[in-house]
Design a protein around this ligand. Structure first.
Ligand SMILES: Cc1ncc(COP(=O)(O)O)c(C=O)c1O
Length: 292
């Protein structure tokens, strides 16, 4: 049986999973989304992902057409119907169909809600043993005063522009700086460094998505007494770090071995990164909402 996609109340085969060309998600990127992962028959940090979706929707004045409990059930049912044990779930919420004007008031209620349950492998397997080759993008991360990166909006063009630079450089990923030149995050992941016996990641006010995986790593690092701190990071601090890694739902914890041609540490995943990767594996298979 092929993929079954939830579209506005129905579960339909992939070929029938369609939305209108007048949908504002398509016309303007007017909406929010989530990428959620399931391990071992459980959905990891489901409630945190849904909370972020609802917060983002509130920030753009978009009413979610169901309660968080109902959406939780839709996500679980989509995974169940697709018989997935390990999965990647995409929840996409757009303001729905409107006319060709910009005004959201001319948009017909309700919002469009799509849930896709599939699988994902972001980077090749060997990257987790050898580390990512990362560049710094010339494109700056969106200014929080223009479009706050804390909103996981359907408009990812800023990140895609960064990703185009990564492709052009033949690298695996790209760091994006904020408008002041501090490190914000990678094009689709958060960033951490280990230096001076402390684990550092930029604070959300540096202009980044407050990643769920980032939060999990901060919690694990606290338990492991790695002195995690949210601090503004310069590129100098990244280049001269003992270790560096990226975090994200799709990427999980991905070691970084090179940044802009500089070798990080000895160019291999370091001991702290490896310990966190191992602990993350344990946490992801043990925690989570059972799909049932
Ligand atoms: C821009 C950006 N930063 C960071 C992340 C990591 O967030 P999370 O750990 O919640 O997947 C993502 C992935 O969704 C992202 O798109």
């Amino acid at each position: 049986m092929g993929l079954l996609v939830y579209v506005n109340g129905d579960f339909v085969p992939r070929s029938e999973a369609k939305i209108s060309v007048f949908d504002r998600g398509y016309l303007y990127g007017d909406g929010v989304f989530e990428g959620i992962r399931g391990y071992n028959g459980r959905i990891f940090r489901l409630d945190q992902h849904l909370e972020r979706l609802y917060r983002g929707a509130r920030a753009i004045s978009l009413e979610v057409p169901m309660t968080p409990e109902e959406l939780r059930d839709v996500v679980l049912e989509t995974v169940r119907r697709n018989n997935l044990h390990d999965c990647y779930v995409r929840v996409i919420l757009s303001r729905g169909e409107g006319d060709l004007g910009l005004n959201p008031l001319n948009c017909h209620f309700p919002a469009t809600l799509v849930v896709i349950a599939s699988t994902i492998a972001l980077y090749p397997r060997e990257v987790y043993e050898q580390g990512l080759n990362v560049i710094t993008c010339v494109t700056r991360r969106n200014m929080p005063t223009a479009l706050n990166p804390q909103i996981k909006s359907l408009n990812y063009l800023n990140n895609i522009l960064g990703r185009i630079e990564v492709n052009g450089a033949g690298a695996h990923e790209g760091l994006m700086l904020n408008h002041l030149g501090y490190v914000a995050e990678a094009t689709g992941d958060n960033v951490f460094v280990w230096r001076d016996q402390r684990l550092l990641t930029p604070p959300t006010h540096a202009g980044l998505l407050e990643g769920i995986t980032r939060q999990v790593v901060l919690e694990m690092a606290e338990e492991m007494e790695l002195s995690p701190r949210e601090e503004m990071l310069t590129l100098y601090q990244v280049y001269s770090a003992d270790e560096c890694f990226l975090t994200g739902t799709a990427a999980e914890i991905a070691p970084v071995s090179r940044v802009d041609g500089r070798m990080i540490g000895d160019g291999k995943p370091g001991p702290i990164t490896k310990r966190l990767m191992a602990r993350f594996k344990e946490v992801t298979v043990a925690e989570g909402v059972p799909v049932g």
